[in-house]
Design a protein around this ligand. Structure first.
Ligand SMILES: Cc1cc2nc3c(=O)[nH]c(=O)nc-3n(C[C@H](O)[C@H](O)[C@H](O)COP(=O)(O)OP(=O)(O)OC[C@H]3O[C@@H](n4cnc5c(N)ncnc54)[C@H](O)[C@@H]3O)c2cc1C
Length: 397
């Protein structure tokens, strides 16, 4: 066994959570010694991570602000029979931007006055041996005051005991004609909703650049690419933008759990998807990943496990409610009716409630407003009681 240097923090996984954490540590603890191990040859993968500006705690803007690639003052949602402009700031961090901002931390370019250091080991998968030790493929073992598991889905239980899926296909285009909208459309829901809730998501990155993403919430863990491409093409034609050039494509599928995760007993601190620091009902990771990064950077490395456990247990009721919403969506409502839940959400909720819901800081009153109503869009008493029965099989058409 070879023994490598010792660190204050070893972060396993250089995706969204790992990189946000590096920036929070660089800001709050410039003297920390940090090692990031990423199995892919590059950090950050190929994603577009959007969020509401109200998701960001005020103290986090100092380090998060420079990572934001695009910001808009509001966004739009469109359902059959309803269109709304939601007056909440919306923003996006891109993989390319996050990678470009993160790599200089290793060379010291961005940290002129620190006594710490940041080291990246890319293209090396890593095994977590204990809360303080990791081993690389070449058998080098690194010691750390705190190992932090940020391996995303690779770090979470292999198969959630119950989950639906959010499957995406995103295409980014360079345009010769200007895009007709300056603000994002977070959900554009077509009339035909036969196979589960589906919508188009639209981010105009500039007059001549747009990301169009097809999303479907269903029991299928994969995207219907043909249908996605057809809907995206139809939107391009409707926008009248000539012959757009495809510059990037991203694809993915996110489980939306409705069963509680297995309790891990090894007490390795875990963030991001691996640690349950994501919004189970929306699929957005940013709000909780930012919160986790702030929490780690404001705790002492030797007290980290207790601090993270305390914060997670404070959030447990909300996490339970988010999973319950997924159960409502996937087990109690027929696929063809699922879109009505989202239309109702945007019809009845004020902006402040929407903001608290997305940021995972909702109150009991917010939660009640979300679910109480006539079925299938809300819960009647019988449905509500049924929802606490042992896990039902997903409702199929
Ligand atoms: C297409 C798509 C669109 C999305 N849009 C949004 C959005 O708009 N907003 C939002 O907030 N969320 C969004 N999400 C969700 C979000 O991308 C994920 O939930 C988020 O990336 C989770 O962050 P993470 O750091 O936990 O995992 P990841 O970002 O997946 O990072 C995990 C990293 O760990 C590495 N790794 C795994 N195993 C090992 C190992 N043994 N050793 C070393 N490295 C390892 C992986 O290579 C990876 O780089 C989207 C997801 C998808 C699929």
């Amino acid at each position: 066994m070879m023994t490598g240097a010792s660190f204050d923090y070893v972060i396993v996984g250089g995706g969204l959570q790992g990189c946000l954490l590096v920036h929070a540590l660089a800001h709050h603890r410039p003297d920390a010694r940090v090692l990031v191990i990423e199995r892919a040859p590059e950090l950050c993968g190929n994603h577009t991570w959007s969020f509401h500006e109200t998701d960001v705690p005020p103290d986090a803007w100092a380090w998060l602000g420079p990572l934001v690639a695009f910001r808009w003052p509001a966004y739009r949602v469109a359902f059959p029979g309803m269109v709304r402009r939601v007056e909440l700031g919306y923003a996006t961090v891109t993989s390319d931007g996050l990678r470009e901002a993160t790599m200089p931390l290793a060379t010291g370019e961005r940290r002129p006055h620190d006594g710490g250091r940041c080291v990246f080991r890319l293209g090396e998968a890593c095994e977590i041996l204990s809360p303080t030790q990791v081993r690389l493929g070449d058998a080098t073992v690194f010691e750390s005051t705190a190992v932090i598991d940020c391996r995303g889905r690779a770090g979470s239980p292999a198969k959630p005991a119950g989950a639906g899926f959010q499957a995406f296909l995103g295409c980014e285009y360079q345009l010769t004609e200007p895009w007709p909208a300056a603000e994002p459309t977070v959900m554009d829901v077509p009339k035909d909703q036969a196979d589960g809730f589906e919508f188009l998501y639209e981010l105009p990155f500039g007059p001549h650049r747009v990301l169009l993403e097809y999303t479907r919430f269903s029991e299928a863990a994969s995207c219907d690419e043909e249908r996605a491409e057809r809907l995206i093409s139809a939107r391009l034609s409707e926008a009248g933008v000539g012959s757009p050039q495809l510059v990037r494509r991203e694809q993915g599928c996110l489980p939306m759990p409705y069963a509680a995760p297995d309790v891990q007993s090894d007490r390795v601190v875990a963030g991001g998807y691996a640690g349950g620091w994501f919004h189970a009902a929306t699929g957005y990771s940013m709000p909780l990943a930012i919160r986790f990064a702030e929490l780690v950077a404001s705790s002492q490395p030797h007290d980290l496990a207790a601090a993270v456990e305390a914060a997670a247990s404070q959030d447990a009721a909300r996490r339970g409610f988010s999973r319950f919403l997924n159960r409502l969506l996937f087990c109690l409502v027929k696929p063809q009716d699922r879109w009505k839940i989202f239309r109702r959400f945007y019809s009845v909720l004020r902006e402040d409630r929407i903001a608290r819901f997305y940021s995972h800081r909702f109150t009991v009153a917010d939660a009640a407003r979300i679910v109480i109503g006539k079925p299938p869009t809300g819960l009647a008493p019988l449905r509500f009681a049924q929802s606490f029965a042992p896990l039902a099989k997903p409702v199929l058409p």
